[in-house]
Design a protein around this ligand. Structure first.
Ligand SMILES: Cc1cc2nc3c(=O)[nH]c(=O)nc-3n(C[C@H](O)[C@H](O)[C@H](O)COP(=O)(O)O)c2cc1C
Length: 250
């Protein structure tokens, strides 16, 4: 088995890489997916007073949590969690985005899909995050997607029990345009940073999360209606509360 893994890594070693589309002078792909649909503005991050907690306390209290109560998250907390995980700092026109997480070559290949279960002032359902407008885009009703998402997540009930579940979907070509075969490594490394920021943000607001890497890729991609010629879920995570007594710290 180790040999299989080492062999798989070999094809992405620097001396094995194909010439990239970027090196060939081909036009770069868009930096964002264009989502059509009704937008819901999120509370602006400048208006959010960040929780006054130490880095030490959030690192030391972090745990993966799997049992959630149906306590709604505020829109402010959702805004905070999206800003921390994928929020934009600035855009170099048509070239790169800089965000609150690092990304190989600043390619930032992820789109965030959200299954909203219990969030104040928001209809339950499937949404996407628009980082340029710091807004949500409605995709589909909760009833239509929830069973397939649960199945796609191998019946890990936390995705429906938590206030919201995050699905980080890679636009593979956005990364492969520059990094060809090495992209597969970078997609997973980038996702790790996003997931860790969600862990820390969750602790900071007195909520919880749990990384999800165990899912049926095809079923979950299908449940999110992805274009599987270029898009795939890499990582997921719920965000919510352990108990109704856990007051959100925001
Ligand atoms: C890449 C990755 C994938 C994971 N996938 C799952 C998962 O699908 N379901 C789950 O319950 N926990 C999952 N976990 C959480 C781990 O089980 C957890 O981090 C580990 O047991 C250590 O516990 P701690 O996070 O509380 O320190 C995943 C963690 C990582 C980093």
């Amino acid at each position: 088995m180790v040999k299989k893994i080492l062999d798989a890594l070999t094809s992405s070693k620097p001396n094995h890489l194909s010439e990239s589309d970027q090196q060939k002078g081909i036009e770069a792909p868009p930096l964002f997916k264009a989502f059509d649909g009704e937008r819901v503005a999120l509370p602006p991050v400048e208006k959010i007073t960040w929780p006054d907690v130490s880095l030490k306390s959030v690192i030391e209290s972090r745990r993966s949590h799997r049992k959630y109560v149906a306590k709604p998250l505020s829109l402010k907390a959702l805004s905070f969690a999206l800003y921390v995980t994928q929020g934009l700092r600035h855009v170099v026109k048509d070239k790169a985005t800089f965000r609150n997480v690092p990304s190989a070559g600043a390619r930032h290949p992820f789109e965030t899909y959200l299954l909203i279960n219990h969030v104040d002032n928001l209809d339950a359902g499937l949404y996407a995050y628009d980082p340029q407008q710091h807004a949500l885009v409605f995709i589909d009703a909760h009833d239509k997607v929830k069973d397939n998402i649960l199945k796609g997540c191998l019946n890990q009930k936390m995705v429906l029990d938590a206030s919201v579940s995050f699905f980080w979907v890679a636009d593979i070509y956005r990364m492969a345009y520059r990094y060809v075969e090495r992209s597969l490594r970078y997609l997973h490394l980038d996702a790790g940073h996003i997931g860790q920021n969600l862990y820390l943000a969750a602790e900071a607001i007195n909520a919880k999360t749990c990384a999800i890497g165990a899912f049926d890729d095809d079923q979950l991609n299908d449940a999110l209606s992805l274009n599987t010629e270029n898009e795939t879920v890499i990582y997921a995570a719920p965000l919510g509360f352990k108990s109704f007594d856990d007051a959100e710290r925001l």
